[in-house]
Every structure is written in structure tokens, then in C-alpha cells.
Design a protein around this ligand. Structure first.
Ligand SMILES: NC(=O)c1ccc[n+]([C@@H]2O[C@H](COP(=O)([O-])OP(=O)(O)OC[C@H]3O[C@@H](n4cnc5c(N)ncnc54)[C@H](OP(=O)(O)O)[C@@H]3O)[C@@H](O)[C@H]2O)c1
Length: 273
């Protein structure tokens, strides 16, 4: 099959399109014919090999363990393993193909990928493959932040910082679906997206500082993490909860990568099965 392959860590220049063997499915896996795969910050982390700590967490020191990037996939089931029972050939599915922690390549940037069946769900017919492939990792981080760690309740006031981005737009929708009153903060050009996601109120981060409006929130989901927690505390009720998803400036900073992002992402992913 054809696949995007990375033989070393680096910029996008290390990626090559070439023929490799089609994966063999394990007993409880299914072979997915890939129709769409998405890109998010963790894909970038494994492409660059930064922060360096991910290399000693199983991604390998000189080159990634799995050479084919991509963790989020949508496609059609092509074949099933001997003990896989949930899907049949022809089913349209989406899910996560990464194994272990999220700093491994998952193999989605290829014509076919073998995925554990428990990591897949049926694709709703009203979603395109592209839409479905954009959901898994960003949606999971938002779910963990809003529901698991944030413990959102109906009627609570929730602020999502970075509300127009990958994680934030899911966080707004999940908080709204839980009955919260949601304020979304992002740069001006993202505010239409934030409103469309369901935010009751929006704040243009380039003109207004959400920590200094006097408003208090029961839950702040801070996606970029671009403000000190001490400042965010000003906008919390006395019993409010602050959830940090990432940090501003992830990417290839020389020598360091994004340790702060790594720490916060790891903590926000602590409950992943
Ligand atoms: N998405 C994932 O699956 C995933 C996986 C692992 C970790 N994370 C972590 O989550 C964090 C965000 O990921 P993401 O995918 O949601 O990123 P994203 O799509 O870039 O979202 C961040 C949002 O924040 C906005 N923003 C920029 N400056 C801002 C400011 N001063 N105040 C408020 N908002 C501002 C960005 O606008 P612009 O686009 O205009 O800059 C963007 O809309 C990263 O730190 C990353 O490490 C995400």
C-alpha cells in the first residue's frame, strides 16, 4: 500500500510517500481502508520528536517506533481479525489508531491501517469522513476537560479559552449540551466559529482580558494555556475549577520542544483507558 513514512524526526521535509506492506490485523483488530485522517498537535510532536521526553516514553530515541504518522482516522472496514465481533467489512467507522500513549504514531496516513476494534465507532451517516476524522483526539481532550476533570453541571457558568480551535470548539459544544452557560474566548476571526458552536457570549481576546472583566466562572477550560494560572484564578468562583489542556507555543523550540504542553497534555489525558 502507499503510505506517508517518517524515517527520522524533523520537519515536514522528512515525510516520504512510498510503498510499504499492508498491515496484518491482530485477533481483535479491523483493517480500515482510510478515507480521511486528521492533523493535530500530537501528530506534530511525534513528527518533530519534541519534547524529547516523548522519545524515552516509548516513541524511541532516533526514529519513531511506528514510522507512519496519524492517530485519528475515518474509513471503511476492509477486513476483521479472528476474534473481532463489532464490525463487518463495508461498515463506515471512525476512531483512534494510536496504541499506548498519544505520543506514538498511529499509522493513519496510509491507504490502510489496523485498528483495535474497541477504539472505533460507527460513523454517523450525516458526517463526512473528513468531519469524523477530525473528532477523536480533540473531542476526547475536550470531553476529559469539560466532563471528567471539569465535572460540568447544568446551569454552571463555563469559560472556554481558545474556544474556536480544535479542542475548544468541542469543549463549547459539550458544555452547552450539559446545560451550562458558555463564554468563548478567542481571536476576532474565530468568534463566528465560537458562536456557531453554541457559545452564549464571546470575548475577543485581542481586545478584552477575560480575567479582568469582573465576571466569575464555575469552570474555566484553558486550551492554549497562554495565561498564568494566578491570573485565571481571578475569573473563578471560590469553588471554581480550572482545567488546563495545553499551552501556548507548542512546537519545535530548539532544545526544549514543549515540556509545559507535554506535562499538561499528559495530565489531561491521565484518565484515558
Ligand atoms: N487538538 C488536539 O487533538 C490536541 C492533542 C494534544 C494536545 N493538544 C493541546 O491543546 C492545545 C490546543 O490545541 P488545539 O488543537 O485546540 O489548537 P488550536 O486549534 O490552534 O486552538 C487554539 C485556539 O486558541 C486561539 N488563540 C490564539 N491566541 C489566543 C489568545 N490570546 N487567547 C485565546 N485564544 C487564542 C487560536 O487562534 P489562532 O488559530 O488564530 O492562533 C485557536 O483558535 C495545544 O497546546 C496542544 O498541545 C491538542
Amino acid at each position: 500500500m502507499l503510505a506517508i513514512v517518517q524515517d527520522s524526526y524533523g520537519s515536514a521535509d522528512v515525510l516520504q510517500l512510498r510503498e510499504i506492506p499492508t498491515p496484518v490485523v491482530g485477533d481483535r483488530e479491523v483493517l480500515v481502508r482510510v478515507r480521511a485522517a486528521s492533523v493535530h498537535p500530537d501528530v506534530w510532536h511525534v513528527l518533530t520528536g519534541r519534547p524529547y521526553v516523548l522519545r524515552i516514553m516509548g516513541a524511541r530515541v532516533r526514529r519513531p517506533r511506528n514510522r507512519v504518522p496519524g492517530t485519528d482516522v475515518a474509513g471503511r472496514v476492509e477486513g476483521v481479525g479472528r476474534r473481532a465481533t463489532r464490525f463487518r467489512p463495508g461498515d463506515e467507522v471512525f476512531g483512534e489508531c494510536v496504541r499506548g500513549h498519544q505520543w506514538h504514531n498511529g499509522g493513519a496516513f496510509a491507504e490502510y491501517v489496523a485498528v483495535r476494534e474497541r477504539e472505533l465507532a460507527r460513523k454517523p451517516a450525516r458526517l463526512t469522513f473528513e468531519q469524523a476524522a477530525a473528532v477523536p483526539t480533540s473531542g476526547l481532550l475536550a470531553m476529559q476537560g469539560v466532563r471528567d476533570q471539569g465535572g460540568v453541571q447544568a446551569g454552571q457558568r463555563v469559560l472556554v479559552n481558545g474556544a474556536g480551535g480544535g479542542v475548544g470548539s468541542f469543549a463549547v459544544q459539550l458544555a452547552k449540551a450539559s446545560g451550562a452557560v458558555v463564554t468563548g474566548v478567542d481571536v476576532a476571526e474565530k468568534l463566528d466559529v465560537v458562536r456557531a458552536a453554541g457559545a452564549d457570549r464571546v470575548i475577543d481576546a485581542t481586545h478584552e482580558d477575560f480575567t479582568r472583566t469582573g465576571a466569575r466562572y464555575d469552570l474555566i477550560v484553558d486550551v492554549p494555556g497562554n495565561r498564568p494560572i494566578s491570573e485565571c484564578r481571578r475569573a473563578l468562583t471560590p469553588s471554581g475549577t480550572y482545567v488546563l489542556i495545553g499551552h501556548d507555543g507548542f512546537g519545535p523550540r530548539p532544545g526544549r520542544g514543549s515540556e509545559a504542553s507535554a506535562a499538561s497534555s499528559a495530565s489531561s489525558c491521565a484518565r484515558r483507558s
